[in-house]
Design a protein. Structure first.
Length: 244
């Protein structure tokens, strides 16, 4: 039996480490060829590419700041030439600089919205023509429990993730007749650099008593991609921290 994502081409933004790296490797395990986007950490992205090639799939590392329209356009050109048009887009790249209300600056707000939210718009607009032409596509946006709850990062992060869920529903509604599903996965407290180096968090906050793993996030993304009737939804993944 061929794997279900065989001959699909995926782009995962921010896939050099953490949740994005786990998603990229799991997509390859399901048969997809994968473009591994990163911002700075080329060596880490290269290791993810090597792990994917070891699974027998094609993979390339693509450096681009996904908040920058020209960089996104260049990234998409490179992927199209080296792998082909993108069938599966996972908007995962994100930042979470911790700021109190008093510390917050306009620059913090603008940068966080640009990296976490505008990037998803830019990447989605870029992949839609090919998805619409073939009548099939999967878009998954990595949101956060901070889209609904306070979280420990700041209001800039809350706003960026709530905006991402609005973007998810807006695109889902407009693409529902075209074979393209758009969903969000909203994790809370996954053990990555973002949690280790930023939000001062303890697993004691989590009813399950532990942080989630990047692999558990990746499993949720694959579940969403595998379901053709699911669109415009947010799947929460939070060890029982919230049910709304
Ligand atoms: P992470 O370990 O800090 O990794 C962030 C990734 O995003 C890296 O690959 C980084 O690339 C990339 N990146 C950052 N800015 C970028 C930009 N402008 N252009 C392209 N790539 C960029 O973060 P993570 O914990 O895996 O988080 C991944 C996503 O999940 C984020 O959207 C985050 O908001 C969300 N999330 C995480 C948690 C959690 O508990 N960890 C909870 C809720 C939501 P470089 O390596 O090159 O810097």
């Amino acid at each position: 039996m061929p794997s279900s994502l065989t001959n699909r081409i995926a782009l995962v933004t921010g896939a050099s480490r953490g949740i994005g790296a786990a998603i990229a490797i799991r997509l390859a395990g399901a048969g997809a060829d994968v473009a591994v986007n990163y911002r700075e950490r080329a060596t880490d992205a290269g290791a993810v590419v090597a792990a994917i090639r070891a699974l027998g799939r094609r993979a390339i590392a693509v450096g681009a700041d996904v908040s920058d329209a020209a960089a996104v356009a260049g990234m998409m050109r490179q992927i199209e030439v080296e792998l082909g048009p993108v069938d599966i887009l996972v908007n995962n790249a994100g930042i979470g600089p911790v700021r109190t209300l008093d510390e917050m600056t306009e620059a913090d707000f603008d940068r966080t919205i640009a990296v976490n939210l505008k990037s998803a718009f830019l990447c989605t607009q870029a992949v839609l023509p090919a998805m619409r032409a073939q009548g099939w596509g999967r878009i998954v946006n990595i949101s956060s429990g901070a889209a609904r709850g306070a979280g420990g990062v700041g209001v800039h992060y809350n706003a960026s993730k709530a905006g991402m869920e609005g973007l998810t529903r807006g695109y889902a509604a407009r693409l529902v007749k075209e074979g393209i599903t758009v969903n969000a996965v909203a994790p809370s407290l996954i053990e990555t650099d973002m949690v280790r180096g930023g939000v001062a968090s303890s697993p004691a906050r989590i009813p399950m008593g532990r942080f989630g793993t990047p692999e558990e996030c990746a499993q949720a993304v694959l579940m969403v991609i595998g379901n053709a009737y699911l669109t415009g939804q947010t799947v929460q993944l939070n060890g029982g921290m919230s049910f709304i």
